[in-house]
Design a protein. Structure first.
Length: 545
């Protein structure tokens, strides 16, 4: 009866934590929505998510999985997430499709938390504290801010975390049950993780390697090794099938974003930038990481080392690719739930070193909860104002500006107009015009250029920021002459003098405000006469060099 009561209490606790998280997530979604200059409310996704939304919208409406209709360039690396967005785009309009993607993130993160708890219950031998470790791991997964930030702003990070944790769970169950159904499930969830992000092959390979190592150490069963090979063959169907699709549909062996971020980009420069990028993460996460290391030192086993290896691999990969434009740990977040489990075990292990404390189970449990939550808070501290919903995220602020731009473009230009953008997501999604991507995610020519390593396209300690360090404004603006340009300068390049001669600054008057945009002078695709009441031409700023 006692066990039944304890189980019931834990279920109630998990439900309460889930409801608190769901309420916070809804608050986050609403706090980061905004009313644009047309008087309508919009829901904010990260700008890169909106690139995928444009692919999804075109696909859902019969134009193909493309950014520009008629141009097949793979400017995404998150196929499964893009297909999820396609489902939303099939049934909802452009305003509410992003909201559906945000709502999808809530059960995704909750699912990841329940999977993390299931992993803990499977591998924890401490019967006295097993349930507590489980719900603490559950809570840490939910309230690690960077993970929810990316998921709720439409990136694939949440879905990837869910699928990796599912693969880990099935792998550990397979080692215990020896049932091929678990091996099959492991292979399928691993394949779906790859489709979510191509570089998920790294953690997936680690999971398969761990299963093979454990099988060799514990069983040395040839039949079992054959089953692992079969599971690997099922997994291989996903990258092989995806590669065939890519070659046939896009005419390329690798996605355009791979060429953009790694092509012609020195490993030496990337490694320096990547190392500088991860240092703030290590500083912010120091309490959790130290506790995780303590768990290994106090009671080393292969499963614990396996859990920590996910973060070590993510750190190595982050350094290898040269960092990331945004210090919110997009690549590192999926590894953190497993690190939090180790941190909880580390707290427990340290507390149990004191003999007088080890006799008081309630005291150990209370201190473990307090210290674990303190470590969690320390990782979230840099994002506290956003986490507490005091301020909107900077991503939401940018989305509002870009949405207003798209509204002005739609009001002042014909559908046949073209737009040149630095922010390749929100503006092209809402403006629905042919787009020129200044930074090359969906432009093969830009992606093939040598990166700017002068320091002009750098921030966050990186010498050169991946995905933002290749550009040719003479090609994108002067040669291609889009009807609208978002800017006339990037990095060490400017075409300001040319832009002044060929473009005008137009202040569009919306229902709830104004928005200034740059439009091509005398373009027949701009409604100069019919829209006179809705805009005024303003002088260019006087800039001297």
């Amino acid at each position: 009866m006692k066990n039944t009561k304890n189980h019931r209490k834990e279920i109630i606790l998990l439900v309460c934590i889930s409801l608190i998280y769901a309420a916070w997530a809804v608050g986050f979604i609403y706090r980061n929505s905004y009313v644009a200059i047309d008087g309508r409310r919009y829901f904010s996704l990260f700008d890169d998510s909106m690139i995928s939304m444009r692919y999804a919208w075109n696909f859902a409406h019969g134009h193909g999985l493309v950014w520009n209709v008629g141009e097949r360039v793979e400017g995404y690396t998150n196929l499964l997430m893009t297909l999820v967005m396609t489902l939303a785009s099939l049934f909802l309009n452009k305003t509410f499709s992003p909201l559906a993607v945000q709502i999808f993130a809530i059960p995704t993160i909750l699912g990841a938390a329940f999977l993390m708890r299931a992993v803990v219950l499977l591998v924890t031998d401490d019967e006295q504290h097993r349930e507590m470790i489980g719900w603490l791991a559950f809570a840490c997964t939910l309230f690690y801010y960077p993970l929810s930030y990316w998921a709720l702003l439409g990136m694939e990070t949440g879905l990837l975390t869910l699928l990796i944790l599912a693969t880990v769970l099935f792998a550990l169950r397979w080692l215990k049950t020896n049932q091929m159904s678990d091996g099959l499930a492991m292979a399928i969830t691993a394949g779906l993780a790859y489709l979510t992000r191509d570089d998920a092959l790294i953690p997936v390979a680690m999971i398969f390697a761990f299963v093979a190592l454990e099988t060799w150490i514990k069983k040395k069963d040839k039949q079992r090794f054959l089953q692992i090979v079969y599971a690997g063959m099922i997994l291989a169907l996903f990258p092989v099938g995806h590669t065939i699709f890519r070659v046939v549909y896009y005419g390329a062996l690798l996605p355009n974003t791979y060429l953009l971020k790694l092509g012609n980009f020195s490993l030496h420069i990337r490694a320096i930038g990547g190392t500088r990028f991860v240092i703030p993460f290590l500083e912010q996460s120091a309490p959790v990481l130290l506790l995780a290391i303590a768990a290994l030192v106090l009671s080393f086993n292969r499963t614990r080392a396996f859990f920590l290896s996910f973060l070590l691999a993510a750190l190595g990969y982050q350094i290898y690719v040269g960092g990331d434009p945004w210090p919110l740990w997009r690549i590192l977040s999926p590894a953190m739930p497993l690190v939090f489990v180790l941190a909880i075990l580390g707290v427990l292990g340290l507390l149990q070193q004191w003999a007088w404390l080890a006799k008081h189970r309630a005291s150990i449990a209370s201190l473990t909860i307090v210290l674990t939550l303190a470590a969690l808070v320390s990782t979230d501290l840099p994002f506290l104002s956003e986490d507490l919903l005091i301020y909107q995220t900077s991503a939401s602020t940018a989305s509002r500006v870009n949405t207003n731009t798209a509204i002005a473009i739609n009001a002042l230009t014909a559908p046949g107009a073209s737009i040149g953008v630095v922010w390749a997501g929100t503006v092209p999604y809402y403006a629905d015009r042919y787009a020129v991507d200044f930074l090359g995610k969906s432009d093969r020519y830009i992606a093939s250029l040598k990166p700017d390593i002068s320091g002009a396209a750098s921030w966050g300690g990186m010498i050169s920021v991946p995905g933002h360090n290749k550009y040719d404004l003479n090609y994108s603006i002067v040669e291609r002459r889009p009807t609208y340009i978002q800017d006339y300068a990037w990095g060490d390049q400017t075409v300001f003098k040319w832009a002044v001669q060929n473009y005008v600054q137009v202040e569009y008057h919306g229902l709830l405000g104004e928005k200034t945009i740059f439009l091509q002078k005398d373009s027949p695709l701009v409604c100069w006469e019919a829209c006179k009441a809705n805009y005024r031409i303003v002088p260019w700023p006087k800039i001297t060099w």
